[in-house]
Write a protein that binds this ligand. Sequence first.
Ligand code: FE2
Length: 425
Amino acid sequence: MLDLLVTNATLPDGRTGLSVAVQDGRIAEVAAGLQAPALETVDAGGHLLTPPFCDPHFHMDATLSYGLPRVNESGTLLEGIALWGELKPQLKAQDMIDRALAYCDWAVARGLLAVRSHVDTSDPSLLPVEAMLEVRRRVAGYLDLQLVAFPQDGVLRTRTGVQSLQKALDLGVDIVGGIPHFERTMAEGAASVKLLCELAAERGKLVDMHCDETDDPLSRHIETLAFETQRLGLQGRVNGSHCTSMHSMDNYYVSKLLPLIAESGVSVVANPLINITLQGRHDSYPKRRGMTRVPELMAAGVNVAFGHDCVMDPWYGMGSGDMLEVAHMGLHVAQMTSQKGIRACFDAVTTNAAKVMHLAGYGLAPGCDASFVLLQARDPVEAIRLRAARLKVWRKGRLLAETPEPATRLHLPQRPPAVSFMRPR
Ligand code: FE2
C-alpha cells in the first residue's frame, strides 16, 4: 500500500498523464497511468506538478521590517544599507524570529520549500545570527533554511569583520558570504574575496558572495571570485550573487569573462525584482536595467538561478514569497520571452536554484524526496504567466499547504458563469 498516489499530472518537462507514487517520504515510481492502492489518491486533473520552488538568495533577518524605523525614500541600495544600519541597534531577537517565521509560513503556502538566507554578521553581538539559527531549528521540519555569514558592512571595512564572520561559522552558519564591492577600495574588495575563499576552503564550506552589486562597469570582483575558485579547487561550490556590474561592462571584456566563469564552475544568482528597482538609480535617461547578463551566462554554460532577495525590508517594500513573481520579472528584464527563455526562467527558480543550493533528493524522479507542488496551470509557461495558485504543497510526502482553486464568477448576459484564465485546450 502506497502512502500517496498523485495521478494525471503534467510534469515540467512536458510529459502528461503521469502518476507519482510515494512511499516513506520518497518517490517510489513515476509512470503513465499507474494505478495502485494508496492511503490517499489525488487526481491532479492534468495540472502541472513541479518540484518545489527554491530561493537561493534572501535576507531572512530583515524581512517584514518595512517601515522600521522609516521608509527608504530614495529607493537606493545605499540608503537601504544606511537604513538597515539605523534599524540594527533597535532589533530584538524575538521580533526578528517572529517576522522570519511569518515569512516562512508565506513561503510554504507559495510552495517555496528551500531558502538560502544571508545573515548580517557585522555586529559583534551576532544577534541576527542567533535569531536565524533559532528560526532554522524551528522550521527544520518543513523548510530547508540555509544560512550565509554575510558581512553587510564589509568584512575588511569593519574592524571586527573577520572575527565576527568566523564566530558565525563556529555557531553553525553554513556558508561563507562577502560583499567585495562595499569594501573601501577595489584592492580591498579583491583581498576580501581571496581571504573569504581561503577561509571556505580551510573549513570545507560553500561560498556565496554578494558580488559587484553596482552599476560600475569596473567592479570586476567576479573575475577574482572565479580565479580564486579555481586556484583553491572550489569548482561547483561557489556562487556569485547579483553580479549586476556585468550589465554595464564593456562587451569585449565580458567575452573573456564569460568562459572564465563557466570554467571555474561558479554559479550566478540574479535577483530580478531587486536589480530592476535598485540599479540604474544614478542614471537619468536612458536608465540601465542593471540585471546581470542572464541569457548570455546560461548560453556560456553557467548555472544561473533567480532569487527573491528582499520582501518588505529596507530595500524593497513589495513581495510575498512568490518565486513565480520573481521568474515573471526575470523574463521581462532579461527579455527571455521565447518559449525556451520562459522555461529557462522557470528552471531558474526550481532546478537551477536547487543546484546552487546543493539540495539533496531534489526532483521528480524515483528515489527523490516526495516534495512537490501542484499548480493551477498546464505548463511552466502558464504557471509564470498566471503566477498560478499553488493548489497543494507536499514535502517528503506530507501535505503542508492547500489553496482552493480561485474561480471568478461572471455576471454577464449569455456568458458562462465562471471564467478560467488558463489557455483553452
Ligand atoms: Fe542580497
